[in-house]
Design a binder for this molecule. Structure first.
Ligand code: ADP
Length: 482
């Protein structure tokens, strides 16, 4: 049965290159909740990847010459169209990705917020005039768009990871080639349709689907591409960075995390429980900023575990299009295998299952929301991102111990802690080796704040005015002989 869209023309089965829909639909897109095929998309490779770059290169010459206001107006239209089509975009997203419909619509709003923010920001890419070092010289600094940019995006945020990269790029005058994840191409292509309707000129935004490795290699090594932005796993990020070295490209990487979530004994425990629910169970635990390790101080440990477990037990699991569902399926059976491996390992090493702990009888992509207490640092969950609905809880005694445990990882994306003592808030926030620290909140992502990691979690920042830096080069004009 076709998706009940208000506008069925948003469901695409071809790639969007140079303002046209091209390619033969061959590869199925599967609904993870039902296993049903909901559409097909082309399998493009190296040749088409290079062609897309040629088109983006030509378009760059025109797009970069437009005024900031012209670019801003078109982005603003794209934003308006995304908001107007929220219901359909949400439905497409839930069908291919699995997150509950309300959450999918929330992502559409989040994705659109980047387009709105950078439409506004487009007009504030200011340069500088630096006081000269010699009387007969003048020093001018201008920011110019870097050129053609490539983006490779993951399946967990099918819309937002695209707009967070494309809208700052397009705002400053760059053009884009994009490859969405094979699991979630339909949301991406629907966004391209809306971009087209908004009047984004041919070649400015190109979206192709297909073989990741050859497409990625061509984009990394193509001299016309000047920036490659990637959100996904750390091994693929390292590969892209190595490949991009061949042409000394700038890279922006948003890679894996291993987020600590610390609850100190002076925390508002109910607020901490709420924050942990939001952080851990958003998108069924499949985000790189999901709490992966929950550390709770002695005095509030038992209260936290009891209250948190009660909330987790109340989560309703099912097909995300149905009313009242809190947790959908995981993206694919292999994702369930990983959660199960972490759970089994934790149990074997002495962890106590507070709730869940096994596959759900709803089907092979479902796992019961799980809480395990008594977790120790020798368990797999300590060192690897579970990327699923498992909340492992550790008990700790001192602030120093908590900070040390939190930092004992090669990752450094998001971290969270709850506590009220102002001295401790600053001490801990400054000591955490993370790009983002949520203090008395389980949510750090918004269009106006910089998102990104340190250590092996990545390079660069997305969103906020810092997010423009990736897409501009600083040009010095040293004017002599005055
Ligand atoms: P996950 O395991 O969560 O799917 P990946 O890092 O494999 O994470 O996927 C994120 C994105 O990277 C997807 O769009 C995927 O197709 C792409 N990708 C995977 N392998 C490669 C590769 N060798 N080169 C370029 N892109 C890749």
């Amino acid at each position: 049965t076709p998706l009940p869209l208000k506008d069925p023309t948003l469901l695409k089965s071809q790639c969007y290159v140079n303002g046209e829909w091209v390619g033969t639909p061959t590869d199925p897109v599967i609904n993870p909740a039902t296993g049903q095929t909901i559409g097909h998309v082309p399998r493009f490779g190296a040749k088409e990847a290079a062609e897309a770059v040629e088109h983006a290169g030509k378009a760059f010459k025109l797009w970069s010459k437009k005024t900031a206001k012209e670019r801003s107006n078109i982005l603003r239209k794209w934003f308006d169209l995304m908001i107007a089509n929220t219901d359909d975009l949400g439905l497409i997203m839930t069908a291919e990705q699995g997150k509950p419909l309300a959450e999918a619509k929330g992502e559409v709003a989040y994705a659109a917020s980047f387009v709105e923010f950078f439409a506004e920001e487009a007009r504030r890419v200011y340069g500088d005039i630096i006081p000269q070092h010699r009387p007969d010289h003048r020093i001018l600094v201008q920011k110019q768009p870097i050129g053609v940019c490539a983006a490779i995006t993951p399946w967990n945020f099918p819309a937002a990871m695209i707009t967070r990269k494309c809208s700052p790029a397009i705002a400053v005058g760059c053009t884009m080639v994009v490859k969405p994840a094979p699991e979630t191409p339909l949301t991406a292509l629907a966004l391209a349709e809306l971009a087209h309707r908004a009047g984004i000129p041919a070649g400015v935004l190109n979206i192709i689907t297909g073989d990741a490795a050859p497409i990625g290699k061509v984009w990394c090594e193509h001299p016309t591409v000047r920036f490659i932005g990637f959100t996904g796993s750390t091994p693929v990020g390292k590969l892209l960075m190595a490949q991009a070295a061949s042409t000394v490209k700038r890279v922006g990487l948003e890679l894996g995390g291993n987020a600590p979530f610390i609850v100190f004994d002076d925390a508002d425990v109910d607020a901490a429980v709420e924050g942990a629910m939001v952080s851990k169970y958003r998108n069924m635990g499949q985000t790189c900023v999901c709490a992966n390790r929950i550390f709770v101080q002695d005095a509030v440990h038992d209260e936290f575990v009891a209250k948190f477990t009660a909330k987790v037990k109340a989560l309703k699991v099912g097909n995300g299009v149905e009313a009242g569902i809190d947790q959908g399926p995981l993206i694919k059976p292999a994702a369930v295998d990983k959660v199960e491996a972490h759970v089994k390992d934790a149990i074997a090493k002495g962890g106590k299952v507070e709730t869940g702990g096994k596959r759900s009888d709803l089907g092979q992509t479902f796992f019961e929301p799980t809480v395990i207490s008594g977790v120790t640092t020798d368990m797999m969950v300590t060192h690897e991102e579970t990327f699923g609905p498992l909340a492992p809880i550790y008990r700790f005694k001192t602030e120093e111990e908590a900070v040390e445990l939190a930092n004992a990882t090669q990752f450094g994306l998001a971290s969270y802690f709850y506590g009220r003592d102002i001295g401790r808030i600053f001490r801990v926030a400054e000591a955490l080796e993370y790009g983002m620290v949520g203090i008395n909140t389980g949510l750090v992502g918004t269009d106006v704040a910089p998102f990104g990691g340190v250590k092996e979690s990545g390079l660069g920042r997305e969103g906020s005015h810092y997010g423009l830096d990736e897409f501009v080069e600083i040009k010095l004009m040293m004017l002599g002989g005055i």
